[in-house]
Design a binder for this molecule. Structure first.
Ligand SMILES: C[S@@+](CC[C@H](N)C(=O)[O-])C[C@H]1O[C@@H](n2cnc3c(N)ncnc32)[C@H](O)[C@@H]1O
Length: 239
C-alpha cells in the first residue's frame, strides 16, 4: 500500500504493509482519486481497479444482461432470488451480477489486497446504487473462519465457490484479471478443501465455477453440470 492518510487507513483495515514510497517495483495498492488501484508501483504495466459502473460490468448492468450463466447455476428463475454465500469473492464480479438481479450475496475474501479493491469498488458503486449496500456484504478473512457464522446469520440457499485455478496447469486459462492476481499474489492451492466446507453448511445447493476442462474439486462428480464456452458450473444438491 503506497500513499497518504487514506491509503494508510486501508492498509490498517486490511492488514497490509504500508509504505509512503516503494524503493523497488513491486505490486502495490494506491489511490488514484477515489479509486484504489493494484499494480506494479513505478511501472507502466497492467493495473486492477474494481469498477462496477463502467467498462464491461457497467455495460452489462445497464443492459440488464449481467451474469446470466452464473444466475442460472445458482437458481435465479421466475421470482426466485436465492440468498448466496460466496466463499471466494475475489473482485466481486459474480457476486455483483447476482446482486444486480436481486439476490442477497454475502462473501468472503482472504487476500487483503483483493478485499481492499473490492471494498473500494463496492463503496463507489453503493454511492450511486442503494441496493449495493442492502444486498452485498464483504468479510475479509478465511472462508473456514467466516463461513459458519455467516451461514448461521444468512441461512443461504446457495454456497458459491470460484477458486483460482492452480498455476502451471494448462487447461483452463484464467481470465486476465485473475491471471494477474495469481502472478502477483499466488494461486489457491487449497481449493479442494473448500468443497467439504461448503457441503457442510446445509445449503440446498453448492455451485462451483471451474474452467471447462478442469477436473471437479476433490474429483467429486457433481449432480448437475452446466457447461459454457470456457467455464463450467458444477452443482451439488442437498439430498
Ligand atoms: C477466481 S477468484 C474469484 C473471482 C470472483 N468469482 C469474481 O467474479 O470476481 C478467487 C478468489 O477467492 C479467494 N479465496 C480462495 N480461497 C479462499 C478461502 N479459503 N477463503 C477466502 N477467500 C478465498 C482468492 O483470494 C481469490 O481472490
Amino acid at each position: 500500500m503506497v500513499g497518504d492518510e487514506a491509503a494508510a487507513e486501508v492498509a490498517r483495515r486490511f492488514g497490509l504493509p504500508w509504505r509512503r514510497e516503494l524503493a523497488s517495483p513491486a505490486p502495490a495498492l494506491w489511490f488514484d482519486g477515489a479509486r484504489l488501484v493494484l499494480g506494479v508501483w513505478g511501472g507502466r504495466g497492467p493495473r486492477l481497479v474494481v469498477d462496477f459502473l463502467s467498462g464491461r460490468a457497467g455495460y452489462r448492468l445497464r443492459h440488464g444482461d449481467a451474469g446470466q450463466a452464473v444466475a442460472r447455476a445458482v437458481g435465479v428463475r421466475g421470482g426466485q432470488r436465492p440468498r448466496v454465500l460466496d466463499l471466494t469473492m475475489g473482485l466481486g464480479g459474480d457476486a455483483f451480477a447476482l446482486a444486480a438481479l436481486g439476490c442477497v450475496v454475502w462473501g468472503v475474501e482472504r487476500r487483503g489486497e483483493v478485499a481492499a479493491l473490492l471494498d473500494n469498488g463496492l463503496g463507489r458503486a453503493g454511492a450511486e446504487l442503494p441496493w449495493v449496500g442492502e444486498r452485498l456484504r464483504l468479510c475479509h478473512g478465511e472462508a473456514v473462519q467466516w463461513a459458519p457464522r455467516l451461514a448461521a446469520a444468512l441461512s443461504p440457499e446457495v454456497i458459491y465457490l470460484d477458486p483460482m485455478y492452480p498455476e502451471g496447469r494448462r487447461r483452463g486459462a484464467p481470465r486476465k484479471e485473475m491471471a494477474l492476481l495469481r502472478d502477483w499474489l499466488g494461486g489457491d492451492e487449497d481449493a479442494d478443501d473448500l468443497l467439504g466446507l461448503a457441503l457442510s453448511l446445509g445449503a440446498r445447493r453448492v455451485v462451483v465455477k471451474r474452467p471447462r476442462r478442469a477436473p471437479p474439486l476433490v474429483g467429486r462428480e457433481p449432480d448437475v453440470c452446466r457447461e459454457g464456452r470456457s467455464t463450467r458450473f458444477d452443482i451439488y444438491l442437498r439430498r
